[in-house]
Design a protein around this ligand. Sequence first.
Ligand SMILES: [Fe+2]
Length: 494
Amino acid sequence: MQTLEAKTTPAFSQTDWQRGYESQRQELSYFVDQITGTVPPELTGTLFRNGPGLLDINGETIHHPFDGDGMVCAIAFQDGKVHFQNRFVRTEGYVKEQAAGKICYRGVFGTQKRGGWWANLFDLQLKNIANTNVIYWGNRLLALWEAGKPHRLDPHNLETIGIDDLDGILGKGDAFSAHPRIDPACVFDNGQPCLVNFSLSAGPVSTLHLYELDPQGQLLRRKSQPIPGFAFIHDFAITPHYYLFFQNPVSFNPLPFLFGQRGAAECVQFQPDQETKIIVIPRDPASTQPMKMLKAKAGFVFHHANAWEIDEQHLGIDSICYPSFPEVEPNSDFRDVDFTKVDPGQLWRFSLDLTTETATATMLESRCVEFPTLHPAYEGRPYRYAYCGTAQQSQGNAPLQALVKFDFEMGTKQFYSFAPQGFMTEPVFVPKPGATAEDAGWILMLVYDAARHGSDLVIVDAADIAAGPIASVHLKIHIPYGLHGNWTGEVFGE
Ligand SMILES: [Fe+2]
């Protein structure tokens, strides 16, 4: 088994890492001619990525990267050539703030308007910043943010078309989360793929809203499921017959938000002594089976890697669990975070027994990991391989600098590290055309190279990630550390 420990000491410099969070104000569209290695000629399609592009508004710093305006990148591949473009989503808030040259909205993660609590008092308006994910589905390119409706973009030039209600599927006040899952072969639709997504109405009693869309973007199924208590849920998982949610053990005290002192998400308090509730909801519209709620000690979960059905009464789910909810203190700069004081996200496997309504948990990986991905054909199914970003060192929290591949069947893992000056973001798995092996594909990811203050689109062969990049596509600009994105086999761009 490879280890990363000997490669560099220390693993990174905080100054290098911080520069990756400088705002990117340029919008470009060009064919890339700076490429190291060879882009596979059979790699055909477009990688869309989303994330905060601005970390300040005209010099006024935002409090948390999650409050940054969404900037979408499209990196298209055809015949070994690469086209890059990036563009901000013209949300109502982006347009207004750029015209005003100042922060005009409070952010969910603590960004405040100038003037202290008085200027923010009782301003409960949310800015839909469209910064969390981007997906091409049903001939629409959608920029997603979990507390609002999607923004539709033109996939060719990334121009913003506007807020999209999915042909009336989303009503007034409805949202569409930033973590849709694609069921590769839905058992209710003769094996055709479908997009599964949710939204959450949080309150003293919360409600989960589930949506399933066919490949043309038409609604197949929807249902709403009340769940007891306040909920803060970012991601979910699916199997062929179930939706799975982790209701994190948190409470919500809205008063600091109402009184203009804190962002709404900063009013969420982790309750370490309480258990996580694992919610299992049947997908079958004909099912009379009620929702099940299992309890587990899981900490705080943002992301799930995958879930699967072992048999009719037993499910598995792999999730990244934090011992506590990572917070940014008020009146602090997120760039100055002391990583040694932040808990790592660790990979856990949960085995669920629906008959006894019990869950058992096993830690698979104690090293800090995030942004799990897998071969899309294995979504919701038993799987052998997962890929994540990980830290250079084996203990504690730190920036993601390495790619790790887990082989759950063999109990082994492989690494490739970009340390000390490379910082990676979410890996995306692209299957090789015509191949059948679960790891026959490429891993695509944006890596910020602090040595040149620019980002690379890096391609790694998923079957042998330790061999390192087969191609690094050197972009002219840096892309601030992003959140999520998706691949489509269609080629967009010039
Ligand atoms: Fe996420």
